[in-house]
Design a protein around this ligand. Structure first.
Ligand code: G3P
Length: 226
């Protein structure tokens, strides 16, 4: 399972990379806009924090295939390292996926809401497809079920494309998606903290601390084994 950070907030990314097993960062025009800073500096900043080996997914703002490919090439040479161009699932997008792949550029097809969109993107050569869980749930659809069927479809059809599930608001959504066998998820820095939070864990740690302190005071394990 790969965990990616869905954010362009440098502080949030820094914290996640320090503490969590992170495979990369995903952005989109909304996320980039909310950071409201110099676009190039922002991308350089993210790359500097995550290094060249971790994935960086950046979305095109173009709508025609040739322009999407030009942006993909320019972004790839700008940010370097392990790079994926995010392309929304449209007819022009499908054309762009095939050209990008022929040029050796990694592709994530985004704004996926149905199983057939995912299959089409996969047949065009996408490395990842990004279905939007919470947005499906919000229209009384079932994001987890859509992911479940995409995972199954890819297995049945022997596709190499991976699922990079996106748009999460709750730990329950992340848990259920991970139970489908989806390959990866991209989530906000806040949700990373929630994934490991449990009040009984905090209670257990407090009890360990006070029991230890009642006998050894403020001396630590390291003090006692010198
Ligand atoms: O990467 C796509 C994802 O960021 C969409 O999330 O929260 O805007 O539905 P959201």
């Amino acid at each position: 399972m790969l965990f990616l950070i869905d954010s362009a907030d440098l502080e949030g990314i820094k914290k996640c990379v320090e503490f969590f097993p992170i495979a990369g960062v995903t952005t989109n025009p909304t996320i980039i806009s909310s950071a409201n800073s110099d676009f190039k500096k922002l991308l350089y900043g993210i790359r500097e924090i995550i290094g060249d080996d971790k994935m960086l997914h950046v979305q095109t703002t173009a709508s025609e295939a040739e322009e999407i490919v030009r942006e993909a090439e320019a972004l790839k040479s700008l940010v370097g390292g392990n790079f994926y161009i995010k392309i929304p699932i449209t007819e022009e997008g499908l054309k762009a996926i095939r050209i990008c792949k022929s040029k050796g550029i990694g592709v994530t097809t985004t704004a996926i809401f149905t199983q057939q969109q995912a299959l089409m993107a996969s047949c065009a050569g996408a490395d990842f497809v990004a279905p939007y869980i919470n947005r499906l749930d919000n229209i009384v659809s079932d994001g987890v079920h859509v992911v479940e069927e995409i995972v199954e479809l890819f297995k049945m059809q022997n596709m190499n494309t991976k699922v990079l599930a996106a748009s999460f608001k709750t730990v329950e959504q992340v848990h259920k998606v991970s139970m489908t066998g989806a390959h990866s998820v991209t989530i906000s820095p806040d949700l990373f903290s929630m994934l490991i939070y449990h009040p009984l864990t905090m209670y257990a740690i407090d009890a360990f601390d006070s029991d230890w302190e009642s006998v050894y005071g403020n001396r630590k394990v390291s003090d006692l084994i010198k």
